[in-house]
Design a protein around this ligand. Structure first.
Ligand SMILES: [Zn+2]
Length: 195
C-alpha cells in the first residue's frame, strides 16, 4: 500500500549523520538541474519529514513554514559548501530569532533546545541544530556525494576520510555499475535503474 505521503519519501533517507544535513538533503539531485527535486514541494513530504525527524508529533501548521524552512535550508547548504559573508549574516539572522525561543536545562554544558510550541519553532529548532554543526569540528568533515548530480551532504566519519557516497546502496551502486558498463561496454539496462 502506498499513498501520496509515502510516495513523496521514495529515494529519501536520513543519511546525513546530522539533522542539518538531512535538512539540506531534502533537495534531491541538487547538482542536476534536469532531475532536481525539492521534496518540500511534494504533497505530504514536509509533515512526514517533520514527524520522522522527531520535531513534531502532528503536522499542524507545516505548510506555513515551507518558505522559512527553505530559506534556512539553502543558507545552511551554501555555508557548508561555499561560505560567504552574506550567508554568514543571513544565518546570524536565523540564529538571533532562534535564540529568543531557546531554553536550556540548568546544568553544564548548556544545551539549547527550542520547545515546539508553534509552527515556526521548527525553523528555530533547526537553526539551533545547524549552528551546533557549523561551530563544531564535524563541519570540516562534511562532504558532498560523488554520485553524478546527487549533491547530498554527509559527515565523513571514516578513519581515513574516504567516504564518497551518500549511500553505498544508491549512488555507490549506481557509480560502480556505470564504471562496470564503461569497462565492459555492456548495456546497463538489466541490473541498474536510475531513480
Ligand atoms: Zn549521492
Amino acid at each position: 500500500m502506498t499513498d501520496r505521503r509515502t510516495d513523496s519519501w521514495q529515494g529519501y533517507d536520513f543519511v546525513g549523520g546530522h539533522i542539518a544535513l538531512d535538512l539540506v538533503n531534502t533537495v534531491s539531485w541538487r547538482l542536476d538541474a534536469a532531475k532536481l527535486v525539492d521534496r518540500y514541494q511534494l504533497p505530504g513530504f514536509l509533515p512526514l519529514w517533520l514527524t520522522r525527524a522527531g520535531l513534531v508529533r502532528d503536522d499542524a501548521g507545516s505548510s506555513e513554514i515551507v518558505t522559512a524552512l527553505t530559506g534556512l535550508r539553502e543558507t545552511v547548504y551554501r555555508l557548508l559548501v561555499a561560505p560567504d559573508r552574506a550567508d554568514v549574516a543571513r544565518f546570524a539572522g536565523y540564529l538571533t530569532a532562534a535564540r529568543r525561543r531557546a531554553v536550556a536545562e540548568p546544568s553544564l554544558p548548556l544545551r539549547w533546545t527550542v520547545p515546539i510550541e508553534r509552527p515556526d519553532d521548527v525553523v528555530h529548532a533547526l537553526a539551533i541544530a545547524a549552528d551546533e554543526l557549523l561551530v563544531s569540528p564535524d563541519a570540516a568533515l562534511v562532504r558532498q556525494c560523488s554520485g553524478k548530480g546527487c549533491g547530498w551532504l554527509f559527515i565523513d566519519r571514516t578513519r581515513n576520510h574516504s567516504r564518497q557516497w551518500c549511500s553505498s546502496k544508491d549512488c555507490g551502486n549506481r557509480e560502480r555499475a556505470r564504471r562496470h558498463y564503461r569497462r565492459t561496454g555492456k548495456s546497463r539496462a538489466t541490473t541498474v535503474e536510475d531513480p
